[in-house]
Each structure stands twice: as C-alpha cells, then as structure tokens.
Design a protein around this ligand. Sequence first.
Ligand code: GLA
Length: 674
Amino acid sequence: MNRTLSVPGIAYGGDYNPEQWPEEVWAEDVRLMREAGVNMVSVGIFSWALLEPAEGVYDFSRMDRILDLLHENGIAADLATPTAAPPAWFFRAHPQALPVDHDGRTLSYGSRQTFCPSSPAYRQAALRIARALAERYADHPAVVMWHVHNEYGCHNAACYCDTSAQAFRSWLRARYGDDLAALNDAWGTTFWSQWYYDWDEILPPRATGAVPNPTHQLDWRRFCSDELLSLCRAERDVLREAAPEIPATTNFMVMYNFDALDYWRWAPELDIVSNDHYLRSTDPESEIDVALSGDLVRSLAGGRPWLLMEHSTGAVNWQPVNRAKGPGELRRNALAHVAHGADGIAYFQWRAAKAGAEQWHSAMLPHTGTDSRIWQDVVRLGADLKALAEVRGSTRTAEVAVVWDWNARWALELPSQPSEEVRYLDLVRAWYEPLWRSGVAVDFVRPDADLSSYRLVLAPSLYLVDDAGAANLTGFAARGGTLAVGFHSGAVDENCHVRLGGYPGAFRQALGVRTDELFPLLPGESPGLSGEVPAGATATLWSERLRLEGAEAIASYTSGVLAGVPAVTRHTHGAGTAWYLATRPDPTTLAGLLDRMRTEAGVEPVRTTPEGVEAVLRRGADADYLFLINHTDQPAEVPVSAEATELLTGKPVPGSVAVPSGEVAVVRELRGGS
Ligand code: GLA
C-alpha cells in the first residue's frame, strides 16, 4: 500500500504540547498557527502519563479535544505514540525495566527515555498504549500520520542489564547460526583468553579492566540498533493493523552527535522518512551540516522527499553555550532543508515551555509572544512554504555518490585504533565541503548500492568493508567510473579482522598501491606535499609508508620521516580510475583534488554561483526548482533561464535573479525553456 502524507503542499508546524498549558491557551495556539500558515503539528509525544493514568486505565478526553480543535481549524495531526516517556507508575510496577549503564548503575525514572529496550514489560506496555491510541483515533479526520515513539535511542541506545544480556545472546545465536565456534572465530577469542564455551558466558561489553574485544563491541552496536528497530517495527505493526492507510514515520537523528542507529536498516521499514536536525553552536559553517544531513536523509529515503520533523527557531538548551540564530538564518536553514529534499518543515516546539527541562529551548512562539523576531520569521516562513507548494514531490539527481556506512563508522571509532584523532564524520564532511561549495549534487550510498547512475564515487572513510561492498566499489571503477578512497579504508572485514598482505587491504589492488606501515600524525604535525598540488600544500592527521604498484604519484611528502613517499595516488583500474588519498590534505589541496576528479569524471555543478551562494536543484515533472541560498554578506546575481519565475516573490526573473545578502531565491525554470 502506498501510504503518503495527505497534507497539501509543504507541511509546516512543530511539536505541539498543549497539555503543558491551561486549555484557555489552546484557542490562541490555533489562531496563531493559522496566522503562521501551520498545517500540521505533532501531538502526544510525551503524553503517556496523562493518557494512561494507571495501568490499562485511559483518559483520552484531553486528546479528543486537542484533535477536534486542530481539525476544526484545518490543522492536521501527526499523532505520536507516547512511548519515549513511560510514566512513573510503570517503573514502580516494573523496576526491572529501568536501564543499567555501562558502569553497572541502574538509572532512575524522572526524565524521559529511561527504559531498557529489551524489557518485555516495557514492550508490552508500549504496544498496549499504541494499540489503544490507534484504535481510538484511526478514523479521526485530523490524524494524517503516526509518529512512532520519539528519536529512538536518543538517551537509551544501550542498556547493559541482565535482560539485555539475554537478548544480546539470542541476537548473536541468530547471527552466528547457533554456532558458538563461528562466534569465537569471528570475535578472535583466542586473544587474551576470551574463548566462550557456553552462550551464557557472553555479556554485554560492560566496564572492564582493559580494552574489550573489538568485534564484541561492534556486534553490540549492531544488536543495540536492531533491538530498538524491533520495538519500532512492533509499534508500527500495531498502528497499521488499526489504521492500514495512515503512513508511519519515526524521527531519525542524522546529525553530528548521534551515531547509535544504522538507519540504512531502519529507513525501509517506514512509510515516510523524517529527521531531526540541530545546529552545533561552535560550527562556523553549520549550513554545510544542514546540506550534508539533508542529502543523507534524502538518500536514506531512496531519493524520495522526506520531512524535517524537528529543528530549532533559535537556540537549543543542550550544548555548553547555546547560540541563537543570526538574521535570516532560520529562513535559510529551513529552505535549505527543502532544497535538499524535505517536503515538510517542523520545529521543536510550537510554544516555548514555561517549566520543565526544556524551558530555555527556543520555539515557534517564544516566551515573549508575538512581538518578537522569531515570531516574525515564523510567519514569513509560513508564507514562503505556501509559495513553494508546487515543489512538493520533486526530487534531486546526482552524479556523485559518497559512501556512508554506520558499521564502518562504529568500527573506526572503537578504542585502540592507530589514532583517536580520526573521526568518521570529520572525514566525510571534509570531502563533502568542496562539493557543496562548488554546487555539485551529492547522494549518499551504502557500499553495496547500485552505482550505475554515478560517474564519481567517493569513500572518504571506509575502515570496515565486507567483500561484497569492496567488490562493488572496485567493480564500479573497473567498469569505467572514478572511485576515490580515503586513508585507512578497506582495512578490516565485517568482523573487524585485518585484511592481510598490506594496506589498504580490500582496495590495494584496485588502487595500485601497497602500504607496509601506518604513520598517524600527531596534532600539529603537518608535513609538506609536492607534486600536482598547490605550492605550500600540507598533510595532516595521517600518513602511510606507501609504495606504488601500478599507480602514479599525484603528491608526495616533502618533509618528515616519509619524505619522498607518495601521499596521493591515481591508478587506471580496468576502464576507470581509482584514487587513493593516503593522508588528509589541507582543505585547499583537498578541494583541488576533488575538483580535478569530478572534472575528469565529467561531473558539472548544478549552477555556477558566486562563492558562498549555495545552489541546489530539485527536479519536478515539468520544471526544475533552483534554490539559491546566499550565505554571504554581499548581494549576488545568478543567471537563470529566460522564462524563469522566482517563487517566493512570484515575480518573473528573465535571465537572471538577484539574491540579496542572507536571502534565498527559489527559481522555477520550465523544462526545455531557454
Ligand atoms: C530532541 C527531542 C525533542 C526535544 C529537542 C530539543 O530532538 O526529540 O523532544 O528534546 O531534542 O532540542
């Protein structure tokens, strides 16, 4: 069944928590929502304690009134199962459902998401409230989507209790075909006398005296992601049973500080992919993070539009210092998410809380009320999104793919690696940045994805790769594509076993190189590079004693212990080309290399724009939608087709469009127009 969102145009709204306010405030809420053009809100996310005051006893009266009020005002509801915040009575009745942390401490209730994902009592209670809600509201005209749980794993991605240990063992039995010898082999348990003779000897990787086994830790991360996924699936099935036509989503967290879930495994389970994204206060160019996460979420959604389920109008409250947004930033952020494929924009939350743990988090309606810049921006954005209604459903096409893999990320960041300084997201972002700056469209792919529609495939960091993934990537080059691989890739297989015979194991042959020893660089250490790179080029973070086995050297070290050794190589592999970046070049050098790769591969930017003006294209049935986001303090002028229209102003922009500093233009260019 094709379950799609029935809200017209671009969805706009936020988390709505009216239970935090007296009912007389609700009328003002819906009046202001209408004023701002809000057409969908997420309700009930943390309402469990009010909906089910005692086990099996329900009070739906408040939710009835909220949904009726929304419907009367033409506002749709994304109705949440409240299972991220079990009530106090649940934990008093089921104390064994409380999670145990890595150090063996049992956590207490009194916040949210403090439950053990493997607890049978929790599962039963969660499915009971989900079923009760679904049965009551399946036919309510306001309800257009189910919001399953909230941010699975945000606070309880792993529980180390005995119940979890039991669940982990069952998961391992399934993975290893009930064969303990296979597990011992995969985990390399002859090392440090870790051999297991009985499944019951296996524990979660709890705090221990020295470094735990890497494969044990990696399987644990896989298990934790799957365990939460099984809860999500179970809730989804209950909802589908009661309301087969209502689409279900759960809000992902594809952002810098969360890596607990393998969303490649999650996304196919949902009718609509949605994501929460927040800016990092210390990131001077958070617009790049917005673009990267948007491209990743769109890719998770299989190229289909997705929903931005949460972001903030201003500051959050959970970073050391919480930066407010600058002039126009709210609008640029939101429209950038739309540019990268979002068909809905929502915030945490509608009305800023007066009490509770998030009282200092921004909202659409701030503490100050409507006499505020945030409110003006919120109203303006509502009008913008209305003007972009026709963009809904349009897609993006890219000729460049960046390989993204949670298993590789987890494995790379396990303890006892050659360098703790190597961080997965930093590497991916470093390669993504120059493409973003040049206006090149990018998809993210799994290592085993169908790559036939791409010209250039980049694997900035792929420490772990299985044989099939490696063969898929090198096969892409052999068939004529351009592949670029970052250092320390292909090093281990899916069990974290080192690929022997020289680095970078799985890619050595395709890259035409062999490394016999790794030389991670200390912070501050940056040997020079020379060759086909700009004068003054340097390397940081990593180096390798590499020798050429068919490849040509593009750049070599000019100083340090590896002076004269190649650092960047290029190899003809079959009908294609395979590049190896055995270090992290300085940003200008890296940008130059990526520019060369994409030019040689025949990849063009979607549009050439002045520096700092982001250009993103969405393709509709009959028209292209060119999003131009000016992140600079200078006005810009961008050439467009002769019959173009700027949608936010509704004005024709024949041949060229002006994008004032800090502003956004969305230009409709009819397909086949001049
Ligand atoms: C998360 C949660 C929300 C809220 C916001 C605050 O994304 O889903 O409930 O706590 O963070 O930024």
